[in-house]
Structure formats: structure tokens, C-alpha cells
Write a protein that binds this ligand. Structure first.
Ligand code: ZN
Length: 328
């Protein structure tokens, strides 16, 4: 199957209009000019870590579909990010279906899902979640005396940024990949699955959409595909820290985003992160990420551009390939 046809099939379902185009992280990118390139094997990953890229080259894949919007130079790449989270049958739909959420509705724009479930004990719900992520450890907290769970809000990935809307939905339990704070707010139960754990299931949709074609779709293994600390295993909620170990092929890079996304919750400020990779290409906790804030998006951008020039960082933002998308 040629690249153009693969994109056509995938983008009909994982649609540009489902992505958060106005957010810097809402990327929907295509990095490959050769639309007639023959593709036989696709590798899907959540985050293109150093090991994922190594695996891609070693196994001679033709196309990388990366969930997260990180630029990786020199390889054919599709990024769907928030479109894959939010489209029909995307991550959030898959999770709601798996957990038996009835009449699931969005709790914020086209993000997340919320609805009732058949009453289930917290322990059983937690076990159900673990079964869906190949038995990986997860974090779960319950703040009742054994009350069953009757409703669930679900948000794949960094659901901590959509905390307020999830809370306002009135759900008893929040199931998400990654939280920002130790607080449980109005929720009676919290299940934190690990960021990648909620998103690696995206490979199932890609595979399903290309079923019957001659294209093989593999998922990168969770041993090499990770984002941040995943589950903050053994970590005391009181000393919760927001950590990030984004794997990327770029050595020094900047991302511009609103402060809510950056972990400052309710403020309206903008800012950017400076990331610096270690010798192996990873942002390491040994080299802490610097975060700089500005009152507006424009000011954040000006500051980011100045900093990038001065210190030799590359600014990462969605590549605007809309023209290409239209052409296909
Ligand atoms: Zn994510």
C-alpha cells in the first residue's frame, strides 16, 4: 500500500477536526514528502524514544506512527495525537467501552468520556484496568469505606490537565493516565494507569483500519516506549512530583504551552519548557527541565525564540502540513 492511501484510510477515521489544533500539543503532522512510497510495515509508538527509533531502524520499518508530537528527523512519520485520543473508537472510546461505561458522553469539548457503569467494587475496577494494560502496576486510591464505583470519567494520557472538567462531570471515579496533583478533589476514587498505558492501545485502531491490506502494523513494546515516569509506583501521593522523561531525537528543545498544561493548574499564564537530553538522547531528571513563564502566548513565544537563538535550542511545534493534507 502506498503512503498516500494509508494516510487516506487513517485520516478518514482519525480526523484532523478531532484534534486540538489550537493547542501547541494538538499536533496532526505528516513528515514525508514521498506520498507514493510503498509501505509494508508500520511501527506504532506513543513516544519516539531513543530505543523506539533504534528498533525502527533495526527492524527496517517503513513508517512510524507516533502518538506524541515529537519531531524525529529522517524517518517517515505520522502524528495524530489528540485526534487519536478523541476520534470515534479512539483511546477514550476504547477505554469507556472496556470499562463498560454506558451512554458515554464527552466531559470537555471532544475530550474524555463520562458515564455510569454497573456498580463494581473499587478493587475489581482496578483489577479490570490492570487486565487491560497487560497486568502492569497502576495506582489506585479510594476515599470511601468500600463503596462501589457507579460512575467513571475517563481521559487518556495526561488527564491531569483536564481535571476541573472531569471533576465537574460529577463522576465518582477518575480513570486517567497521568495526574498533576496529589489532590483527589471531589472524586471518591482515582485510578492512575500510567501515561503510555492509556495510549498504546491506539495501535489496535490503526491495525483495524488497515485490516485486509498487505500492511503489517506492530506496536512498540512498553519496555522501550514510555513517557515520563508512567506510574509513580510506590510514590507517596503527598510528595507527588510532576516528572518528565520525554524521549526525543532532538538534543535541546523548547515547547511552548499554556501554564495549565505545564502543571500550574488554574493560572492563565503561558510559558515554555527547556528540555535538554543526556548523551543517550533522553531528557533526564539529572538535568532538570527549566520552565519559564510569561503572561501571554505572544510574550511566551518572543521569549522562547530569543532563548532558542541564544542557547541553541530548537522550538518544537506542530508542523503545519495542512497543505499536504489537502493535497492527499
Ligand atoms: Zn499522551
Amino acid at each position: 500500500m502506498i503512503l498516500k492511501d494509508i494516510f487516506r484510510v487513517l485520516s478518514a477515521k482519525i480526523r484532523l477536526e478531532d484534534s486540538f489544533r489550537n493547542e501547541p500539543y494538538g499536533a496532526y503532522n505528516i513528515q514525508e514528502k514521498d506520498w507514493d512510497k510503498e509501505v509494508k510495515r508500520i511501527l506504532f509508538c506513543v513516544t519516539a524514544t531513543h530505543q523506539v527509533i533504534e528498533h525502527f531502524h533495526k527492524e527496517k520499518y517503513d513508517l512510524l506512527i507516533q502518538h506524541h508530537p515529537f519531531v524525529v528527523s529522517g524517518i517517515p512519520l505520522f502524528i495524530f495525537h489528540t485526534a487519536l485520543d478523541c476520534c470515534a473508537d479512539g483511546h477514550n472510546d476504547m477505554w469507556s467501552e472496556a470499562l463498560g461505561v454506558k451512554n458515554a458522553v464527552h466531559f470537555d469539548k471532544n475530550m474524555g468520556r463520562v458515564g455510569e457503569i454497573d456498580p463494581i467494587s473499587f478493587e475489581d475496577l482496578k483489577a479490570k484496568c490492570m487486565g487491560l494494560i497487560e497486568g502492569k502496576e497502576i495506582l489506585g486510591y479510594t476515599y470511601t469505606n468500600g463503596e462501589p464505583v457507579k460512575s467513571v470519567a475517563i481521559c487518556s494520557g495526561l488527564g491531569g490537565i483536564d481535571w476541573e472538567a472531569a471533576e465537574a462531570s460529577g463522576a465518582e471515579c477518575y480513570v486517567t493516565g497521568q495526574l498533576l496533583y496529589p489532590d483527589h478533589g471531589k472524586f471518591k476514587h482515582i485510578i492512575e494507569l500510567g501515561h503510555t498505558h492509556t495510549e498504546f492501545i491506539g495501535v489496535r485502531l490503526i491495525r483495524k483500519l488497515l485490516e485486509g491490506s498487505d500492511v503489517q502494523v506492530d506496536g512498540a513494546s512498553l519496555d522501550i516506549d514510555y513517557y515520563g515516569e508512567e506510574v509513580c509506583e510506590g510514590r507517596d501521593r503527598g510528595s507527588y512530583e510532576w516528572g518528565n522523561d520525554w524521549g526525543t531525537a532532538i538534543e535541546k528543545f523548547i515547547t511552548i504551552c499554556d501554564a495549565g498544561w505545564m502543571g500550574r493548574g488554574k493560572t492563565k499564564e503561558w510559558g515554555f519548557h527547556l528540555f535538554e537530553c543526556d548523551a543517550e538522547g533522553f531528557v533526564s531528571k539529572k538535568k532538570p527541565i527549566t520552565t519559564i513563564y510569561a503572561p501571554t502566548k505572544t510574550e511566551a513565544r518572543i521569549l522562547a525564540e530569543e532563548t532558542a537563538d541564544e542557547l541553541g535550542y530548537e522550538i518544537i511545534e506542530p508542523i503545519d502540513e495542512e497543505e499536504e493534507i489537502v493535497r492527499v
